[in-house]
Write a protein that binds this ligand. Structure first.
Ligand code: FAD
Length: 470
C-alpha cells in the first residue's frame, strides 16, 4: 500500500471496513465506461480500503484518522455516476455512504434524510406517510442515493416542472463534515449550498440532506409519434409550455433509436417514428391527449392507462427510457455508441436542434430532455454519437459550441471540464477551508491542483496524481 492502511484500521476500530482488493475495486467504479475516453483513462483506478460508516460520528472518526495519516478519502453513494466522480484517482479510502440511509423526518413539503438513502426507497416512505414524493430524481431513481444525486447529479425526472438541482429551493439544507485534524459539521442553507452541491465530494462529506417534497400523483406514461424530429420537438416544446398540464417527464428521441433500442416497447414503436416520451399526472391525461390532437401528424403510440397488467408486465417505466437510460439502452445494442450532454439555449432551442440534425446527420442522433430553465421551457440534449475516435469526438464538441450549443463534456472526470470550463471560486474557497490538505476526492477539481490552468488550451487535463497501475 502507498498509505498506512493498517494505521488507519487501528484508529477506526469498530467501524466496518473491507480491504479485499477485488471487492474494493468493485466499489471503486461507477458508470465511467459510458465514455470511451474515461474507460481508457480510469480502467485501473482502485482504492485501498472500503470504509462504511453507520453514523455521522463514525464519518468524523474516519476523516480525522485519514487526515492524520494523509490518506485520500473519496465518498461514494451507490456509484451510478457517469464520469468517474466517485472513483478514487489516488487510491486511499472509498467512503461508502450507502449504510447511512435513514429517513429522519417527513414534514409538509420537506424531508430530512441521511445521504445514503436511495431515492425510490425514500418515496416508498413519504407516499404512505403523507401522500408526498420527491420533486426531482435521476432516471437511476431505483438505485441512486440522495447524497450522490446532490453531489454528483444535475436534475432529471421532474425538471420539466421544477428545474434543476442548481435552482434555488430544490435543496433546502445540507450538513457537511470537513476533513481537518478535528473535523467539524457545518450546516449550509441558501446560497451557501452551492459550496458543496455538485462538487463531487471534493470539499466535504454530506452527512444529512433536506429536500422539498411535492404531492404524490399517479403518473401515466404516454408515447407520441411523429414523422419528423422537428415536429416532435415543436410538440414537446409546446406541451411543456402548457402551464395547466402537470408533467413529470418530457423527452424527444429521434428515429430510429426508439425502435432499435427500447426493446421491450419495440412493438409499439414503428422504426420511422420520432417520439415524445411523456409522464403526465392522471388528472391531466385527458387534457394532454386533447392538446396532442391539435398537432397534425401526432400519433399516440403508447398509453399506459389503457393497458392490462399482463401487457404492462416487464415494461420499464417511461423515465427509464429517458435521461441517461436512453444512452444505456443504446450502448447495450451497439457498444460503439457514445453520447454528449448539450444545452439548446432559449429562445432558439428548436432552431438549434434542427441545425444540429442538418449538420451531423446520423452521426449524432437527437435525444432532447425538455426542462424548465430559469422560468423558460427549453431543452438539454443527451445525443447519441457514433464513436469513431477521441479526436472526432472533440471536433464534434467544438462544432456544437461554435453553433451556440454548449457542451457539458461527459468524457472528462474533472468538475471544470465537465461543467463551465472555469474555476468555481466558491467551491475552491470552501475546499481551502474544509479540506486544507486536499485529501477529499483528489484530482477532480483542477483549480485546486493548478490555479492557473488554461481552460482554453483545448487540451485534456491529466491529474498528475492519477495512480496508473496498468
Ligand atoms: P455516486 O456515483 O456514488 O457519487 C456521485 C458523486 O457524489 C461522487 O463524486 C461522490 O464522491 C459524491 N458523493 C456521494 N455521496 C456523497 C456524500 N455523502 N458527500 C459528499 N459527496 C458524495 N444523473 C442525473 O443528474 N440525472 C439523470 O437523469 C441521470 N440519469 C442516469 C442514468 C443512468 C443509466 C446512469 C448510469 C446515470 C445517470 N445519472 C443521472 C448519474 C447518476 O446516476 C446520478 O447523478 C445519481 O444521483 C448519483 O447518485 P449515486 O448515489 O450513484 O452517486
Amino acid at each position: 500500500h502507498r498509505y498506512d492502511i493498517e494505521g488507519l484500521k487501528s484508529r477506526i476500530d469498530g467501524i466496518k471496513t473491507e480491504d479485499n482488493p477485488a471487492l474494493v475495486r468493485q466499489k471503486s467504479r461507477d458508470f465511467f465506461w459510458y465514455s470511451p475516453t474515461l474507460k481508457r483513462q480510469l480502467e485501473n483506478v482502485t482504492g485501498d480500503i472500503l470504509v462504511s460508516p453507520a453514523s455521522e460520528s463514525e464519518v468524523l472518526r474516519v476523516l480525522a484518522a485519514a487526515y492524520e495519516l494523509g490518506i485520500p478519502v473519496t465518498p461514494r453513494g451507490t456509484g451510478t455516476g457517469n464520469y468517474g466522480q466517485a472513483m478514487p484517482l489516488s487510491g486511499g479510502v472509498v467512503l461508502d455512504m450507502s449504510g447511512m440511509d435513514k429517513v429522519k423526518e417527513i414534514g409538509p413539503g420537506r424531508l430530512v434524510a441521511e445521504p445514503g438513502a436511495m431515492l425510490a426507497k425514500i418515496d416508498r416512505q413519504t407516499r404512505p406517510h403523507s401522500g408526498q414524493e420527491l420533486r426531482l430524481f435521476p432516471s437511476t431513481y431505483a438505485t441512486a442515493s440522495l447524497g450522490g444525486f446532490i453531489a454528483g447529479g444535475s436534475g432529471g425526472v421532474g425538471s420539466i416542472r421544477w428545474g434543476g438541482l442548481r435552482d434555488a429551493g430544490n435543496v433546502l439544507s445540507l450538513k457537511v463534515a470537513t476533513m481537518e485534524a478535528s473535523p467539524r459539521v457545518l450546516t449550509l442553507t441558501g446560497d451557501d449550498l452551492h459550496k458543496v452541491a455538485h462538487a463531487y465530494g471534493t470539499n466535504g462529506i454530506i452527512t444529512e440532506v433536506s429536500v422539498p417534497l411535492a404531492p404524490a400523483y399517479t403518473w401515466v406514461d404516454v408515447i407520441v409519434g411523429f414523422d419528423t424530429l422537428a415536429a416532435a420537438a415543436a410538440y414537446a416544446n409546446a406541451l411543456g409550455e402548457q402551464d395547466g398540464l402537470l408533467l413529470k417527464e418530457l423527452a424527444v428521441i429521434a428515429a430510429p433509436v426508439p425502435h432499435d433500442v427500447f426493446l421491450r416497447h419495440q412493438k409499439f414503436l414503428p422504426r420511422e417514428k420520432h417520439i415524445a416520451v411523456v409522464m403526465v399526472a392522471e388528472h391531466a391525461l385527458d387534457a394532454t391527449l386533447a392538446f396532442t390532437r391539435r398537432f397534425a401528424g401526432a400519433e399516440v403510440l403508447f398509453r399506459q392507462d389503457v393497458m392490462s397488467p399482463e401487457e404492462l408486465r416487464g415494461l420499464p417505466p417511461a423515465f427509464e427510457l429517458a435521461w441517461n437510460h436512453t444512452t444505456l439502452r443504446a450502448l447495450r445494442i451497439d457498444p460503439s455508441i457514445t453520447y454528449l450532454q448539450t444545452l439548446y439555449p432559449f429562445p432558439n432551442q428548436l432552431d438549434l436542434v434542427e441545425k444540429t440534425r442538418e449538420r451531423f446527420g446520423d452521426e449524432v442522433m437527437a435525444h432532447l430532455e425538455f426542462v424548465r430553465f430559469d422560468g423558460k421551457i427549453t431543452c438539454f440534449g443527451l445525443p447519441l454519437v457514433r464513436f469513431t475516435s477521441e479526436e472526432r469526438l472533440d471536433e464534434i464538441i467544438r462544432i456544437h459550441e461554435d453553433m451556440g450549443v454548449p457542451v457539458f463534456n461527459p468524457h472528462r472526470y474533472t468538475l471544470e471540464e465537465g461543467g463551465m470550463k472555469q474555476t468555481d471560486a466558491v467551491q475552491l474557497a470552501f475546499k481551502r477551508e474544509a479540506d486544507p490538505r486536499g485529501l477529499l476526492n483528489p484530482g477532480k477539481m483542477i483549480a485546486w491542483e493548478n490555479p492557473d490552468y488554461d481552460y482554453t488550451s483545448g487540451k485534456t487535463y491529466l491529474f498528475p496524481g492519477l495512480a496508473d497501475r496498468a
